[in-house]
Design a binder for this molecule. Structure first.
Ligand code: 1CP
Length: 345
């Protein structure tokens, strides 16, 4: 059976745009909060296939998205490499920061895939449990974004420690990025072997870099991972997400070889339309419009569908769904997209 989401990623124009939402599993859903209440340790939650399968399926049951995304986190890679990673309530992730070559050398890539085997089990089970028309997305953080967390030790910074290290000691920083390229490619290849049908690489902090640094730490590592994954699985589409890359989006698409690009909400729709001529685009509803609902949500949704709906296009947000998003606004959005088939009014 052909899957709408995979058709769009393969550059086909579809009768209506397929959709899924970044962070579609999460705290805005009461049934997620219920599961999370009994799973205090977030990483253990990610490594428990029964729970990870259940919360991956929750948004599909309500809204029938065209794709399921594996429930996990980008920080399972540093955890799998042996860095200390903890998720604290109300604070987000906290890591023991790595700021020297010795720190990089203390990481052990040989334990990674064994450590992450529960994730592969989750994918194997999901590929059997999701509806036949739904695609399964695997993912990882891209090296720059994961390195930012590894070096800064937490989120919510201006990435200054990582940016400064990358300028002062580029060979050292390169060693960290190289380790992440290798680990991430191996991890994604294993995800595909266990049932992932498409891959998204999240480079959430790519927007803080200058042109030269963007090229070295975002374009080159994403390109290297795409090449390795495609060597093994040429037919599996890869979505790049160099968030807030602005004028660098086009270079990113042309140089990395991604099949699709996820656009943040700052990208003008005219520009998104131009990018659609070189690859499938995904995005880019403002997550605050989804919180607001009503006329604001309707206007924004229609603008996007009118500009990009002819495809190849995947409807999504510009960044993850916010925890205080009313579930009924998501229901309205799902209906609006499903009702937007070419020719229907
Ligand atoms: O229940 C909770 O309190 C945990 C909240 C949560 C969730 C639901 C975190 C902590 N991670 C996740 C799941 C997650 N993370 C998914 C699952 C699939 C889905 O989309 O439904 C995915 C794809 C991610 C990816 C992720 N984690 C990114 C990249 C995308 C983005 O939002 O930019 C990043 C940057 C993270 C780090 C992270 N994990 C969790 C938090 C609170 C953060 C952000 C911390 C910060 O502000 O820097």
């Amino acid at each position: 059976m052909s899957k709408l989401f995979l058709d769009a990623l393969n550059g086909k124009k579809t009768d209506r745009p397929p959709f899924w939402l970044m962070r579609q599993a999460g705290r805005y859903l009461p049934e997620y909060r219920e599961v999370r209440k009994n799973a205090k340790n977030f990483l253990n939650f990610c490594y428990t296939p029964d729970l990870a399968v259940e919360v991956t399926l929750q948004p599909l049951r309500r809204y029938g998205m065209d794709a399921a995304i594996l429930f996990s986190d980008i920080l399972v890679i540093p955890d799998g490499l042996g860095q200390s990673v903890e998720f604290r309530e109300g604070e987000g992730p906290v890591l023991e920061p790595i700021r020297s070559l010795a720190g990089i050398e203390s990481l052990d890539k040989n334990r990674l895939l064994d450590h992450l085997s529960p994730v592969f089990e989750t994918l194997g089970r999901l590929s059997k449990e999701i509806p036949a028309e739904t695609a399964l997305i695997g993912f990882a953080g891209a090296p720059w974004t994961v390195a930012v967390y590894m070096v800064e030790g937490r989120g919510g910074t201006d990435c200054g420690t990582a940016r400064s290290w990358a300028y002062r000691q580029p060979e050292e920083f390169q060693a960290l990025i190289d380790l992440l390229v290798e680990s991430t490619a191996a991890y994604l290849i294993e995800q595909i072997a266990h049932g992932a049908e498409a891959i998204q690489l999240f480079d959430s902090w790519s927007g803080v870099l200058s042109e030269s640094q963007f090229h070295r730490w975002v374009v080159e590592p994403n390109k290297a991972i795409v090449r390795r994954v495609k060597e093994k699985y040429p037919a599996v589409p890869v979505i790049g997400f160099p968030r807030q890359a602005g004028l660098m989006y086009e270079t990113f698409i042309r140089e990395t070889g991604v099949d699709a690009v996820s656009l943040d909400s700052n990208v003008p729709l005219e520009e998104a339309k131009a990018l659609q001529k070189i690859c499938t685009v995904q995005g880019n509803l403002d997550n605050q419009a989804l919180v607001a609902g009503g006329a604001a949500l309707e206007t924004e949704t229609i603008r996007i569908l009118e500009a990009l709906g002819e495809g190849p296009f995947v409807f999504n947000l510009g960044h993850g769904i916010l925890p205080h998003t009313p579930p009924e606004h998501v229901a309205w959005l799902a209906d609006a997209i499903k009702g937007s088939a070419a020719g229907s009014s």
